[in-house]
Design a protein around this ligand. Structure first.
Ligand SMILES: *Cc1c(COP(=O)(O)O)cnc(C)c1O
Length: 223
């Protein structure tokens, strides 16, 4: 990497390299630039460089930030990557093109109703609590088949599975497990991999990587 290489170029090259190592096409991997906590001025250079897929973890924050940016930069796709409360389902369906943390029956029901009302159906990823961690979101592995059935019955377009592996341990076994669960469920999409491990995730089949700090620098908080 030369001094002139931007973080975006660096991450894009890392994804392409990992994809080729795994015999995959780089174009099969979507880079979601996670812009949570960052303001429009910080996001604009990425938009100017051609990045069009962004991730936010709060409905309110995205609603405040993105309408103006979307007017200025056609073709933006917004992914909601954070936990969603059922009472914000209508707003989320109106604002986002994909929703990554669908993890419980009450939320599936709320999203099904919101989509029917809005006539708009963002792609959904079912979040799996892949490390069976008490404090983490995501459905238990054992509950995944039932949640998938329910999501399909409710008319949610289920694009794939999503996970956040346990912190500070080797993530590869968790990525491989999520890939196997997706294969068994007949799902193509795999939303996995963040700044510290997106290359590993791509070698194990990620179709969507969610990268924040490697693109924007460290966030000031723990969002
Ligand atoms: C913040 C966040 C990311 C990005 O994290 P980085 O380590 O900054 O790349 C990815 N996924 C989720 C669900 C997040 O909340």
């Amino acid at each position: 990497m030369t001094a002139a290489t931007s973080p975006l170029d660096h991450v894009t090259a890392g994804i392409a390299h990992a994809a080729r190592l795994a015999g995959r096409e780089p174009a099969a991997v979507t880079l979601i630039a996670v812009s949570k906590t960052h303001d429009a001025e910080t996001i604009r250079p990425l938009l100017d460089a051609g990045q069009r897929v962004f991730g936010e973890n709060r409905v309110q924050e995205a609603a405040a930030k993105w309408p103006a940016l979307r007017d200025a930069y056609p073709g933006v796709a917004l992914h909601l990557i954070g936990q969603l409360q059922s009472n914000k389902a209508d707003e989320a369906v109106a604002l986002f093109d994909a929703i990554h943390a669908v993890d419980r029956p009450s939320l599936v029901e709320a999203l099904g109703k919101a989509m029917a009302k809005a006539g708009r159906r963002p792609d959904c990823f079912l979040q799996v609590n892949i490390g069976a961690e008490e404090q983490k979101g995501g459905c238990a592995i054992a509950d995944l088949p039932a949640l998938l059935d329910q999501a399909r019955a409710a008319g949610l377009p289920v694009a794939g599975l999503m996970c956040i592996p346990p912190a500070e341990v080797e993530p590869a076994p968790y990525f491989a497990l999520l890939a196997r669960l997706a294969r068994e469920a007949g799902l193509e999409g795999l939303s996995m991999g963040m700044s510290s491990d997106y290359e590993t995730a791509v070698t194990l089949g990620a179709t969507h990587v969610r990268v924040g700090s490697a693109l924007f620098g460290a966030r000031g908080d723990k969002a």
